[in-house]
Design a protein around this ligand. Structure first.
Ligand SMILES: *Cc1c(COP(=O)(O)O)cnc(C)c1O
Length: 377
Protein backbone atom coordinates (compact mmCIF):
# COMPACT_ATOMS: atom_id res chain seq x y z
CA UNK A 1 0.00 0.00 0.00
CA UNK A 2 1.16 3.42 -0.87
CA UNK A 3 0.88 6.92 0.54
CA UNK A 4 1.15 8.51 3.93
CA UNK A 5 4.76 7.63 4.73
CA UNK A 6 6.32 10.95 3.83
CA UNK A 7 9.46 12.47 5.23
CA UNK A 8 10.32 16.14 4.73
CA UNK A 9 12.61 16.82 1.78
CA UNK A 10 11.75 13.57 0.00
CA UNK A 11 10.19 13.80 -3.45
CA UNK A 12 6.40 13.45 -3.42
CA UNK A 13 4.56 10.19 -3.96
CA UNK A 14 3.23 10.10 -7.50
CA UNK A 15 -0.29 8.71 -7.46
CA UNK A 16 -1.44 7.38 -10.81
CA UNK A 17 -5.10 8.03 -11.52
CA UNK A 18 -4.72 6.30 -14.88
CA UNK A 19 -6.02 2.84 -15.78
CA UNK A 20 -2.89 1.11 -17.03
CA UNK A 21 0.18 1.93 -14.95
CA UNK A 22 -0.23 2.43 -11.22
CA UNK A 23 1.24 1.19 -7.94
CA UNK A 24 1.10 -2.59 -7.71
CA UNK A 25 0.76 -4.75 -4.60
CA UNK A 26 3.99 -5.19 -2.62
CA UNK A 27 3.78 -8.95 -3.22
CA UNK A 28 3.87 -8.33 -6.98
CA UNK A 29 6.77 -5.88 -6.79
CA UNK A 30 8.70 -8.27 -4.52
CA UNK A 31 8.82 -10.81 -7.36
CA UNK A 32 10.96 -8.40 -9.38
CA UNK A 33 13.35 -7.99 -6.45
CA UNK A 34 13.91 -11.71 -5.85
CA UNK A 35 13.53 -13.24 -9.32
CA UNK A 36 17.08 -12.44 -10.46
CA UNK A 37 18.49 -14.82 -7.88
CA UNK A 38 16.05 -17.61 -8.74
CA UNK A 39 15.04 -17.35 -12.40
CA UNK A 40 12.69 -19.94 -13.87
CA UNK A 41 13.67 -21.38 -17.23
CA UNK A 42 10.73 -21.62 -19.67
CA UNK A 43 11.53 -25.22 -20.55
CA UNK A 44 12.81 -26.17 -17.09
CA UNK A 45 11.06 -28.30 -14.48
CA UNK A 46 9.59 -25.40 -12.50
CA UNK A 47 7.83 -23.77 -15.44
CA UNK A 48 5.02 -26.26 -16.15
CA UNK A 49 3.69 -26.39 -12.56
CA UNK A 50 3.76 -22.57 -12.36
CA UNK A 51 1.86 -22.22 -15.62
CA UNK A 52 -0.71 -24.80 -14.50
CA UNK A 53 -1.23 -23.09 -11.13
CA UNK A 54 -1.70 -19.67 -12.68
CA UNK A 55 -4.03 -20.84 -15.45
CA UNK A 56 -6.20 -22.68 -12.92
CA UNK A 57 -5.98 -19.75 -10.50
CA UNK A 58 -7.32 -17.32 -13.09
CA UNK A 59 -10.30 -19.55 -13.93
CA UNK A 60 -11.07 -20.07 -10.26
CA UNK A 61 -10.72 -16.36 -9.35
CA UNK A 62 -13.14 -15.46 -12.13
CA UNK A 63 -15.56 -18.31 -11.41
CA UNK A 64 -15.12 -19.23 -15.08
CA UNK A 65 -15.47 -23.01 -14.88
CA UNK A 66 -15.88 -24.44 -18.38
CA UNK A 67 -13.44 -21.86 -19.78
CA UNK A 68 -9.68 -22.09 -20.31
CA UNK A 69 -7.25 -19.31 -19.46
CA UNK A 70 -4.56 -18.81 -22.07
CA UNK A 71 -1.58 -16.57 -21.29
CA UNK A 72 0.18 -14.48 -23.93
CA UNK A 73 3.08 -12.09 -24.07
CA UNK A 74 1.59 -8.66 -24.75
CA UNK A 75 -1.11 -6.25 -23.61
CA UNK A 76 -4.89 -6.03 -23.79
CA UNK A 77 -4.72 -5.25 -27.49
CA UNK A 78 -2.75 -8.47 -28.04
CA UNK A 79 -5.60 -10.38 -26.39
CA UNK A 80 -8.06 -8.57 -28.66
CA UNK A 81 -6.09 -9.61 -31.75
CA UNK A 82 -5.80 -13.19 -30.48
CA UNK A 83 -9.54 -13.58 -29.85
CA UNK A 84 -10.60 -11.91 -33.10
CA UNK A 85 -7.98 -13.85 -35.08
CA UNK A 86 -8.67 -17.27 -33.52
CA UNK A 87 -12.37 -17.60 -32.67
CA UNK A 88 -14.07 -16.96 -36.01
CA UNK A 89 -14.00 -18.69 -39.36
CA UNK A 90 -13.12 -16.33 -42.24
CA UNK A 91 -16.75 -16.46 -43.37
CA UNK A 92 -18.45 -15.66 -40.08
CA UNK A 93 -20.12 -12.26 -40.04
CA UNK A 94 -19.20 -10.37 -36.89
CA UNK A 95 -21.55 -7.75 -35.45
CA UNK A 96 -19.37 -5.13 -33.77
CA UNK A 97 -21.36 -3.18 -31.19
CA UNK A 98 -19.26 -0.08 -30.55
CA UNK A 99 -19.84 2.97 -28.42
CA UNK A 100 -16.30 3.82 -27.34
CA UNK A 101 -12.63 3.76 -28.29
CA UNK A 102 -12.14 0.03 -27.73
CA UNK A 103 -15.20 -0.91 -29.76
CA UNK A 104 -13.54 1.14 -32.50
CA UNK A 105 -10.43 -0.99 -31.99
CA UNK A 106 -12.41 -4.25 -32.28
CA UNK A 107 -13.75 -3.03 -35.62
CA UNK A 108 -10.27 -1.98 -36.77
CA UNK A 109 -8.74 -5.37 -35.87
CA UNK A 110 -11.61 -7.35 -37.44
CA UNK A 111 -11.36 -5.35 -40.66
CA UNK A 112 -7.56 -5.69 -40.68
CA UNK A 113 -7.85 -9.48 -40.98
CA UNK A 114 -10.66 -9.24 -43.53
CA UNK A 115 -13.45 -10.46 -41.23
CA UNK A 116 -16.90 -9.70 -42.67
CA UNK A 117 -18.41 -7.20 -40.22
CA UNK A 118 -21.72 -5.54 -39.50
CA UNK A 119 -20.86 -2.24 -37.85
CA UNK A 120 -23.25 -1.03 -35.16
CA UNK A 121 -21.66 2.36 -34.56
CA UNK A 122 -23.17 4.43 -31.75
CA UNK A 123 -22.21 7.74 -30.18
CA UNK A 124 -19.69 7.18 -27.37
CA UNK A 125 -21.43 6.00 -24.21
CA UNK A 126 -24.85 5.42 -25.78
CA UNK A 127 -26.49 2.21 -24.58
CA UNK A 128 -26.79 -0.32 -27.42
CA UNK A 129 -30.34 -1.00 -28.58
CA UNK A 130 -31.03 -4.62 -27.65
CA UNK A 131 -34.04 -4.85 -29.98
CA UNK A 132 -31.85 -3.82 -32.92
CA UNK A 133 -29.31 -6.50 -31.99
CA UNK A 134 -32.04 -9.12 -31.66
CA UNK A 135 -33.41 -8.09 -35.04
CA UNK A 136 -30.03 -8.85 -36.67
CA UNK A 137 -29.85 -12.22 -34.89
CA UNK A 138 -33.42 -13.10 -35.84
CA UNK A 139 -32.85 -12.20 -39.49
CA UNK A 140 -29.68 -14.33 -39.37
CA UNK A 141 -27.71 -11.33 -40.64
CA UNK A 142 -24.71 -12.11 -38.39
CA UNK A 143 -22.98 -15.19 -36.93
CA UNK A 144 -21.19 -13.61 -33.99
CA UNK A 145 -21.17 -10.45 -31.92
CA UNK A 146 -18.38 -8.55 -30.19
CA UNK A 147 -18.72 -5.85 -27.54
CA UNK A 148 -16.77 -4.17 -24.74
CA UNK A 149 -17.91 -4.68 -21.13
CA UNK A 150 -16.19 -1.85 -19.27
CA UNK A 151 -16.08 1.09 -21.69
CA UNK A 152 -12.82 2.71 -20.63
CA UNK A 153 -13.30 5.85 -22.74
CA UNK A 154 -16.62 6.68 -21.06
CA UNK A 155 -16.17 4.84 -17.72
CA UNK A 156 -19.51 3.08 -18.23
CA UNK A 157 -20.64 -0.54 -18.47
CA UNK A 158 -22.33 -2.05 -21.51
CA UNK A 159 -25.27 -4.48 -21.13
CA UNK A 160 -23.13 -7.57 -21.69
CA UNK A 161 -25.45 -9.89 -19.75
CA UNK A 162 -28.39 -8.83 -21.96
CA UNK A 163 -26.49 -9.02 -25.26
CA UNK A 164 -25.10 -12.39 -24.18
CA UNK A 165 -28.49 -13.83 -23.36
CA UNK A 166 -29.64 -12.88 -26.86
CA UNK A 167 -26.49 -14.36 -28.39
CA UNK A 168 -27.07 -17.54 -26.43
CA UNK A 169 -30.69 -17.96 -27.45
CA UNK A 170 -29.91 -17.36 -31.14
CA UNK A 171 -26.76 -19.51 -31.07
CA UNK A 172 -24.30 -16.70 -31.89
CA UNK A 173 -20.70 -16.54 -30.71
CA UNK A 174 -20.11 -13.73 -28.23
CA UNK A 175 -16.65 -12.14 -27.96
CA UNK A 176 -16.23 -9.76 -25.03
CA UNK A 177 -13.53 -7.17 -24.42
CA UNK A 178 -13.07 -7.55 -20.69
CA UNK A 179 -9.68 -5.83 -20.55
CA UNK A 180 -10.81 -3.17 -18.07
CA UNK A 181 -13.47 -5.22 -16.27
CA UNK A 182 -11.96 -8.64 -15.52
CA UNK A 183 -11.16 -9.09 -11.81
CA UNK A 184 -13.01 -5.86 -10.91
CA UNK A 185 -16.55 -6.14 -12.22
CA UNK A 186 -18.19 -9.48 -11.35
CA UNK A 187 -18.99 -11.42 -14.53
CA UNK A 188 -20.95 -14.63 -15.15
CA UNK A 189 -19.30 -16.22 -18.13
CA UNK A 190 -21.64 -19.13 -18.81
CA UNK A 191 -24.90 -17.40 -17.87
CA UNK A 192 -24.01 -14.42 -20.08
CA UNK A 193 -23.44 -16.66 -23.09
CA UNK A 194 -19.80 -15.61 -23.44
CA UNK A 195 -17.64 -17.53 -25.93
CA UNK A 196 -14.32 -15.78 -25.33
CA UNK A 197 -12.97 -12.86 -23.32
CA UNK A 198 -10.10 -10.56 -24.20
CA UNK A 199 -8.30 -9.80 -20.95
CA UNK A 200 -5.22 -8.24 -19.43
CA UNK A 201 -2.98 -8.69 -16.40
CA UNK A 202 -2.24 -5.03 -15.70
CA UNK A 203 -5.67 -3.52 -15.19
CA UNK A 204 -8.04 -5.14 -12.67
CA UNK A 205 -5.57 -7.85 -11.69
CA UNK A 206 -2.86 -5.34 -10.64
CA UNK A 207 0.06 -7.14 -12.29
CA UNK A 208 2.58 -5.96 -14.91
CA UNK A 209 1.56 -4.97 -18.44
CA UNK A 210 3.83 -7.37 -20.31
CA UNK A 211 1.62 -10.41 -20.00
CA UNK A 212 -2.02 -10.75 -21.02
CA UNK A 213 -4.71 -13.40 -21.07
CA UNK A 214 -7.73 -14.67 -22.93
CA UNK A 215 -10.50 -16.90 -21.62
CA UNK A 216 -12.09 -19.25 -24.10
CA UNK A 217 -15.05 -21.55 -23.65
CA UNK A 218 -14.00 -25.20 -23.87
CA UNK A 219 -16.53 -25.97 -26.61
CA UNK A 220 -15.10 -23.14 -28.73
CA UNK A 221 -11.57 -24.46 -28.18
CA UNK A 222 -12.75 -27.81 -29.53
CA UNK A 223 -14.24 -26.03 -32.55
CA UNK A 224 -10.92 -24.22 -33.11
CA UNK A 225 -9.47 -27.49 -34.39
CA UNK A 226 -11.33 -26.67 -37.59
CA UNK A 227 -10.73 -22.90 -37.65
CA UNK A 228 -7.58 -21.74 -39.43
CA UNK A 229 -5.98 -19.06 -37.21
CA UNK A 230 -5.17 -15.76 -38.87
CA UNK A 231 -3.10 -13.91 -36.28
CA UNK A 232 0.44 -15.35 -36.39
CA UNK A 233 1.87 -16.12 -32.92
CA UNK A 234 -1.52 -15.37 -31.33
CA UNK A 235 -3.21 -18.66 -32.29
CA UNK A 236 -5.30 -19.45 -29.21
CA UNK A 237 -5.92 -23.09 -30.19
CA UNK A 238 -2.22 -23.75 -30.67
CA UNK A 239 -1.24 -21.85 -27.51
CA UNK A 240 -3.82 -23.71 -25.47
CA UNK A 241 -2.56 -27.09 -26.67
CA UNK A 242 0.98 -26.14 -25.67
CA UNK A 243 -0.08 -24.67 -22.33
CA UNK A 244 -2.02 -27.74 -21.18
CA UNK A 245 1.23 -29.62 -21.85
CA UNK A 246 3.07 -27.11 -19.67
CA UNK A 247 4.86 -25.15 -22.38
CA UNK A 248 4.51 -22.15 -24.69
CA UNK A 249 5.60 -22.08 -28.34
CA UNK A 250 7.09 -18.57 -28.14
CA UNK A 251 8.99 -16.62 -25.51
CA UNK A 252 6.90 -15.91 -22.45
CA UNK A 253 8.32 -14.24 -19.35
CA UNK A 254 8.27 -16.54 -16.29
CA UNK A 255 8.84 -13.55 -13.99
CA UNK A 256 5.61 -11.99 -15.24
CA UNK A 257 3.78 -15.27 -14.64
CA UNK A 258 5.10 -15.28 -11.06
CA UNK A 259 3.80 -11.72 -10.70
CA UNK A 260 0.37 -12.84 -11.88
CA UNK A 261 0.48 -15.61 -9.29
CA UNK A 262 1.30 -13.05 -6.59
CA UNK A 263 -1.46 -10.75 -7.87
CA UNK A 264 -3.98 -13.62 -7.70
CA UNK A 265 -2.93 -14.17 -4.08
CA UNK A 266 -3.54 -10.51 -3.23
CA UNK A 267 -6.91 -10.63 -4.98
CA UNK A 268 -7.92 -13.67 -2.92
CA UNK A 269 -6.90 -11.87 0.30
CA UNK A 270 -9.17 -8.98 -0.68
CA UNK A 271 -12.11 -11.35 -1.06
CA UNK A 272 -11.78 -12.09 -4.76
CA UNK A 273 -13.53 -10.16 -7.51
CA UNK A 274 -16.41 -9.19 -5.22
CA UNK A 275 -14.01 -7.91 -2.57
CA UNK A 276 -12.00 -5.89 -5.07
CA UNK A 277 -15.19 -4.51 -6.57
CA UNK A 278 -16.17 -3.31 -3.10
CA UNK A 279 -12.81 -1.54 -2.65
CA UNK A 280 -13.20 0.22 -5.99
CA UNK A 281 -16.80 1.19 -5.26
CA UNK A 282 -15.76 2.77 -1.94
CA UNK A 283 -13.23 4.88 -3.85
CA UNK A 284 -15.80 5.75 -6.50
CA UNK A 285 -18.34 6.79 -3.89
CA UNK A 286 -15.89 9.09 -2.09
CA UNK A 287 -14.57 10.61 -5.31
CA UNK A 288 -17.92 11.10 -7.05
CA UNK A 289 -19.36 12.84 -3.99
CA UNK A 290 -16.24 15.02 -4.00
CA UNK A 291 -16.55 15.87 -7.70
CA UNK A 292 -20.13 17.00 -7.18
CA UNK A 293 -19.11 19.08 -4.16
CA UNK A 294 -16.50 20.78 -6.35
CA UNK A 295 -19.11 21.53 -9.01
CA UNK A 296 -17.78 19.07 -11.59
CA UNK A 297 -20.31 17.27 -13.78
CA UNK A 298 -19.98 13.49 -14.18
CA UNK A 299 -20.47 12.22 -17.75
CA UNK A 300 -23.48 9.89 -17.72
CA UNK A 301 -25.52 8.21 -20.42
CA UNK A 302 -29.06 6.90 -19.83
CA UNK A 303 -29.13 3.15 -19.21
CA UNK A 304 -25.33 2.87 -18.94
CA UNK A 305 -24.22 2.30 -15.33
CA UNK A 306 -20.91 3.84 -14.26
CA UNK A 307 -17.95 1.46 -14.19
CA UNK A 308 -16.27 0.94 -10.84
CA UNK A 309 -12.74 1.78 -12.07
CA UNK A 310 -13.06 5.48 -12.75
CA UNK A 311 -15.14 8.47 -13.75
CA UNK A 312 -15.41 10.58 -16.89
CA UNK A 313 -16.00 14.24 -16.09
CA UNK A 314 -16.87 17.23 -18.24
CA UNK A 315 -14.09 19.78 -18.38
CA UNK A 316 -15.18 22.85 -16.41
CA UNK A 317 -15.69 26.03 -18.43
CA UNK A 318 -12.46 27.94 -18.99
CA UNK A 319 -10.18 25.02 -18.02
CA UNK A 320 -8.23 22.91 -20.45
CA UNK A 321 -7.28 19.33 -19.73
CA UNK A 322 -3.59 20.20 -20.13
CA UNK A 323 -3.82 22.99 -17.51
CA UNK A 324 -5.57 20.74 -15.02
CA UNK A 325 -3.24 17.78 -15.58
CA UNK A 326 -0.10 19.91 -15.30
CA UNK A 327 -1.24 21.59 -12.08
CA UNK A 328 -2.12 18.24 -10.51
CA UNK A 329 1.17 16.65 -11.60
CA UNK A 330 3.33 19.57 -10.40
CA UNK A 331 1.69 20.83 -7.22
CA UNK A 332 2.54 18.82 -4.13
CA UNK A 333 -0.35 18.46 -1.70
CA UNK A 334 0.32 16.62 1.59
CA UNK A 335 3.28 14.82 0.03
CA UNK A 336 1.48 13.68 -3.11
CA UNK A 337 1.19 14.65 -6.76
CA UNK A 338 -1.40 13.15 -9.10
CA UNK A 339 -1.50 12.04 -12.71
CA UNK A 340 -4.89 12.03 -14.45
CA UNK A 341 -5.97 10.93 -17.94
CA UNK A 342 -7.29 12.76 -20.96
CA UNK A 343 -10.31 11.38 -22.78
CA UNK A 344 -9.96 9.32 -25.93
CA UNK A 345 -10.90 10.02 -29.52
CA UNK A 346 -14.18 11.79 -30.04
CA UNK A 347 -14.53 12.89 -26.41
CA UNK A 348 -11.14 14.48 -25.81
CA UNK A 349 -12.28 18.10 -26.15
CA UNK A 350 -15.14 17.85 -23.67
CA UNK A 351 -14.31 15.16 -21.16
CA UNK A 352 -11.37 14.04 -19.01
CA UNK A 353 -11.03 10.93 -16.89
CA UNK A 354 -9.96 10.09 -13.36
CA UNK A 355 -9.40 6.43 -12.58
CA UNK A 356 -8.91 4.98 -9.11
CA UNK A 357 -7.13 1.69 -9.84
CA UNK A 358 -4.18 0.12 -8.07
CA UNK A 359 -2.83 -0.21 -4.56
CA UNK A 360 -3.73 2.99 -2.75
CA UNK A 361 -5.27 3.66 0.62
CA UNK A 362 -8.74 5.18 0.62
CA UNK A 363 -7.31 8.31 2.37
CA UNK A 364 -5.17 9.07 -0.71
CA UNK A 365 -8.36 10.07 -2.50
CA UNK A 366 -9.13 12.67 0.18
CA UNK A 367 -5.76 14.21 -0.58
CA UNK A 368 -6.57 14.05 -4.28
CA UNK A 369 -9.86 15.90 -3.80
CA UNK A 370 -7.93 18.60 -1.97
CA UNK A 371 -5.46 18.78 -4.87
CA UNK A 372 -8.29 18.90 -7.37
CA UNK A 373 -9.97 21.73 -5.50
CA UNK A 374 -6.70 23.63 -5.61
CA UNK A 375 -6.21 22.91 -9.33
CA UNK A 376 -9.74 24.07 -10.16
CA UNK A 377 -9.32 27.39 -8.39
C1 LIG B 1 -6.82 -0.80 -21.97
C2 LIG B 1 -7.87 -1.42 -22.80
C3 LIG B 1 -7.55 -2.15 -23.98
C4 LIG B 1 -6.21 -2.24 -24.61
O1 LIG B 1 -5.15 -2.37 -23.81
P1 LIG B 1 -3.67 -1.94 -24.27
O2 LIG B 1 -2.97 -2.09 -22.99
O3 LIG B 1 -3.73 -0.51 -24.75
O4 LIG B 1 -3.24 -2.85 -25.30
C5 LIG B 1 -8.59 -2.78 -24.64
N1 LIG B 1 -9.85 -2.69 -24.22
C6 LIG B 1 -10.20 -1.99 -23.12
C7 LIG B 1 -11.64 -1.94 -22.71
C8 LIG B 1 -9.22 -1.33 -22.38
O5 LIG B 1 -9.57 -0.63 -21.29
Amino acid sequence: MCGGDKTAGVSPTVVSLTPAVFHLPAAVSRVAQTYGAHPIVPRGPRFAPLLARVRAGIVSALGAEGYEAILLTGTGSTAMAAVIGSCLTPQERLLVVRNGAYGDRILEFAQRIGQPVVDMSLPYGERPDLAAIEQLFKANAVDAVAAVYGGTSTCTLNPIAEIGQLAKSYGKKFLVDGVSSLFVEPMEFEAWGISAVMGSCNKGLHSHPNLTMCLVKQSLLAEMETIAPRAPSLELGKLHKAQVQGSHPYTIDPMSILMVEAALGVLAEEGGVVGRNRIYLARAEKLRAGYERLGLRIARWPGSPLASIGTALYLPAGKSYAQLATTLAETEIDGHVFEIYSAQGKLSDTVFRIFHMGEYKLEVYDVFLKALEHALR
